[in-house]
Design a protein around this ligand. Sequence first.
Ligand SMILES: Nc1ncnc2c1ncn2[C@@H]1O[C@H](COP(=O)(O)OP(=O)(O)OP(=O)(O)O)[C@@H](O)[C@H]1O
Length: 451
Amino acid sequence: MEERILIVDDDITFALMLRTWLSKRGFGVETASSAAAARTALGAGAFSLVLSDMRLPDEDGIALLQWMAGAGVTAPVIVMTSYAEIQNAVRCMKLGARDYVAKPVNPDELLKKIREALDTPAPKTPAAKPAPRPAKGGPAEALNYIEGRSDAARQLYEHIRLVAPTNMSVLVNGESGTGKEHVAQLVHRESRRAGKPFVAVDCGAIPRELAASEFFGHVKGSFTGALSDKMGAFEAADGGTLFLDEVGNLTYETQVQLLRALQERRIRPVGSNREIPVDIRLVAATNEDLEAAIARGTFRADLYHRINSFTLRMPCLRQMREDIPLYADFFLDQANRELDKRIVGFDPAAAAALAAYEWPGNLRQLRNAVLSATLLAAGEYVTCRDLPEEITGGPAAESPAAPLPLRDRASEEEQIRRALAAAGGNKSQAAKLLGIDRKTLYNKLHLYGIE
Ligand SMILES: Nc1ncnc2c1ncn2[C@@H]1O[C@H](COP(=O)(O)OP(=O)(O)OP(=O)(O)O)[C@@H](O)[C@H]1O
């Protein structure tokens, strides 16, 4: 019998992604977007495990745990929580949660914890069922990205999920570093071709004279240097997805050849007279305005229409400002793992500098900035000193443009202490960082007894 997991999270996109990912690993998965829906689902069917977010729209994870204990639901619970809420996760563990994972979720870690929870019977469970091993895990790549929560990001992922299951050719259009290749892979993973190959060709990197061979293959001896038979990208992607990156860089001649192959659904390797039928779904990416290229006469209109049954427009990072902290935390987590460091977060000034910057290099630039800052950070937090100068506005400009919001009383004291530390004890500077005037800061210092 398959193991059934209930995911409780009001972030529907994330829950669906997790459901797909876990289903592919052999679990039966259901989702609930509120504590009330979770109670209904738990009441209606047996689950082997519950994976619940800490914050739910109607109640928190703690209340759900208490209800489960009262209702005699013994399935182990793993809570998902942000770094800021680790304290609550600890409370959940005291209330009987089996484990917790930090969001953004690291898929390998999550799978490991799920398996551990399923393999170790709960102390009070009298007859734990023998757990059949879930299907073997696929590449960890599957969750190696995070979905933004801004309107622009939500709309992108909504469109991806609509177009992915179809056979339509997709053009991914956006600035460099916005994650076009990631999106192309996601379209593949969420399609019916997911079990088949995903073959990426960087159209900007193929020498003109080798393009035909790269796409269609060649037979030995067909040209100087063709030392053996070679399979082309079309044939390699048969049944799956062919991803043409930087499609605007194709020469006119190659565009004609591609168009023919796409129309006829057959290819002929260079030097061969054998035609091979191919079944591919095309995803192409570009950071160029292809319509302008058509107007200039450098890109064929007929090929454009072939590769562009549907356009996915990638928002640039500055259009998703509210997602910057989310991505920054995600990249920090990646960097901590990669560099074996334990940096907890960004100090207020660094966080504000990240939020205010324009990010011409988009997610790639943010990832690189966070990676190098993680390497440089000497304390617990990334500070402005650790960030590249173009982001902080130079070594002297430690004060960011955007003020830091003060949220609730619990976090306020901590924010104030961090702002003071970031400002080297200078109260005017700290007040500026916090977006409050000096007098208010003095009042608050008095209130919290901060010297
Ligand atoms: N949603 C995401 N979550 C986490 N990381 C991401 C996401 N999207 C992109 N990245 C990271 O940003 C970097 C750039 O992504 P990618 O190569 O897909 O961009 P691109 O738009 O194809 O860039 P280019 O046009 O320059 O080829 C990658 O290192 C990737 O890891």
